[in-house]
Ligand binder design. Structure first.
Ligand code: 2AM
Ligand code: CA
Ligand code: CA
Ligand code: CA
Length: 258
């Protein structure tokens, strides 16, 4: 299964790179900043046709329309975000990824995040380690808050309905530096690769984190919602991924501290 997934994700990535030379068709979804392109839709259709042809019994849950009636993860479910970071795809032609995960009865078995422009495939099979292309990713080591690089969107520090923004502001003040890449899948892959130490975001859908969470956990990182609870792989929600130790520390000393 993972060999097919790898082959298809590379093929889809090549099509995305080729699309830079063509004119994109851009539409809005729920609001003027929520965009979708013909390439988002074409890429999802590409995976759907390959999976249906090769694994007719498998189910598919994708951002651009597939399986939006899914309300459990029974059997084998492919969870796909054809382009994660569509705004970056449109504006920057970089900092986007294809995210593909395979879940069996709710357990994440295969996680792949493909950084298309850099030709970097982050991949993991549960229990067999995580890799960046052919290089194994090292188990994550502990880091103190004062040495940590945290990925967080600045807007969450200004207004926020889920948590007092002052808590996030204090955390942002205490860490060594912050980043914001605009692709949840890539940010999770960066946590797994040790390029950043943590990632906090307020609202994601399952296809944003289904693959990345497998990568992070495979190298010993922690993934939860913002308050330390389990992620919801059907509804989505907030997310906090980080190195071991740092995750617990931030929950105890900032997020859950009254
Ligand atoms: P997308 O590009 O596939 O839509 C941007 O900070 C990150 O959040 C991207 O991973 C983006 O995925 C995702 N995202 C953007 N809008 C979202 C929304 N309304 N709900 C959930 N995730 C969203
Ligand atoms: Ca989207
Ligand atoms: Ca996404
Ligand atoms: Ca997307």
């Amino acid at each position: 299964m993972d060999q097919y997934a790898k082959k298809w994700i590379k093929e889809a990535g090549a099509k995305l790179r080729e699309s830079f030379a063509t004119e994109l068709n851009i539409e809005t979804k729920t609001n003027p900043n929520d965009l979708v392109t013909n390439m988002d839709k074409e890429t999802e259709r590409f995976f759907v046709s390959k999976i249906k042809e090769t694994f007719p019994g498998h189910r598919i849950f994708g951002e651009e329309g597939m399986g939006h009636d899914i309300n459990d993860l029974k059997g084998t479910v492919w969870i796909i975000d054809p382009i994660d970071g569509t705004l970056n795809f449109i504006h920057q032609q970089r900092n986007f990824a294809i995210s593909l995960a395979i879940y069996e009865d709710g357990v994440g078995k295969v996680g792949m995040v493909y950084d298309v422009v850099h030709d970097e495939l982050y991949h993991a099979i549960k229990g067999e380690g995580a890799y960046l292309n052919h290089y194994p990713l090292s188990p994550l080591s502990k880091v103190g808050v004062e040495e940590a690089i945290l990925s967080i969107n600045a807007s969450w520090i200004v207004t926020n309905k889920r948590i007092n923004p002052a808590i996030l502001a204090a955390l942002v003040n205490d860490v060594r530096g912050t980043r914001s890449y605009g692709s949840a899948a890539l940010e999770l892959a960066f946590v797994a690769a040790g390029r950043i130490d943590g990632y906090i975001t307020m609202r994601l859908s399952p296809w944003d984190f289904a693959a990345g969470s497998i990568l992070v956990e495979e190298v010993g990182g922690k993934v939860s919602d913002l308050f330390g609870e389990n992620l919801d792989y059907i509804k989505g929600g907030s997310l906090f991924a980080a190195k071991p130790g740092f995750h617990e520390f931030v929950l105890e000393e900032y997020i859950l501290k009254r």
